[in-house]
Design a protein around this ligand. Structure first.
Ligand code: COA
Length: 187
């Protein structure tokens, strides 16, 4: 379990639990169909089904996805962060996340989730490169990545269709080398 300290208390990141998910399924479907939460990503293009969830669980069982659930100080599930798209030869993975409860945005939670997931990826899983692609308009995600030392390395021109127009995808990455340099500089 990882902890993220904020001005409004301590949030916890715990490994994905099917029991928690099952108890909060209604909330999950609301988040995934909420225009505000899905404004900058592909969630919500197709309504999520029970089969989608089963496929997600299966991917976790097969170690294709590593997912943590984010809990607020009241113990309520509010979001997830995942490492996925693993390449076990090149030792790379994608990082992805969402916080479904928008009242929790802007407290540093995405920044903390990225930090903890990267620490796990580099220091426990021996990965070499973590990458993320996000909409040109998703300034919150871009800043959370940049605050963790991610570098913008390119643009997929018109890689997405969002809110009635094509949008560029900004691509970011962090190498274990960058991670170690930042740690040494922080000492
Ligand atoms: C994007 C998202 C993960 C950001 O989470 P968050 O917990 O609010 O991010 P943080 O609080 O760590 O913010 C990081 C920085 O971005 C800023 N920020 C957050 N949201 C912002 C926004 N909408 N516009 C501009 N800046 C924003 C914060 O103020 C902070 O900067 P600061 O430290 O200089 O004040 C969250 O808004 C979310 O879950 N959105 C819906 C799903 C999504 O877009 N997922 C990412 C898909 S790639």
């Amino acid at each position: 379990m990882y902890k993220i300290e904020t001005e409004t208390g301590v949030y916890k990141l715990k490994p994905f639990s099917y029991n928690v998910f099952e108890k909060n399924m209604t909330k999950y479907f609301e988040w995934m169909n909420c225009p505000k939460v899905t404004k900058f990503n592909a969630h919500g293009l197709f309504a999520k089904t029970a089969e989608d969830i089963a496929a997600w669980i299966k991917a976790m069982d097969k170690k294709e996805v590593l997912c943590w659930m984010l809990f607020n100080p009241l113990g309520e599930w509010i979001g997830v962060v995942s490492l996925q798209s693993f390449n076990w030869i090149y030792r790379t993975a994608e990082i992805a996340m969402w916080i479904g409860d928008s009242t929790e945005w802007g407290k540093g939670l995405a920044t903390g989730m990225i930090y903890n997931a990267c620490q796990h990826a580099f220091e426990r899983m021996n990965l070499n490169r973590i990458w993320s692609g996000t909409a040109e308009t998703n300034r919150g995600m871009q800043k959370a990545l940049e605050k963790n030392g991610f570098r913008k390395e390119g643009v997929f021109r018109q890689g997405m269709f969002l809110s009635g127009r094509y949008a560029d995808i900004f691509c970011y990455s962090l190498l274990v080398r960058d991670w170690n340099e930042r740690k040494a500089a922080a000492k």
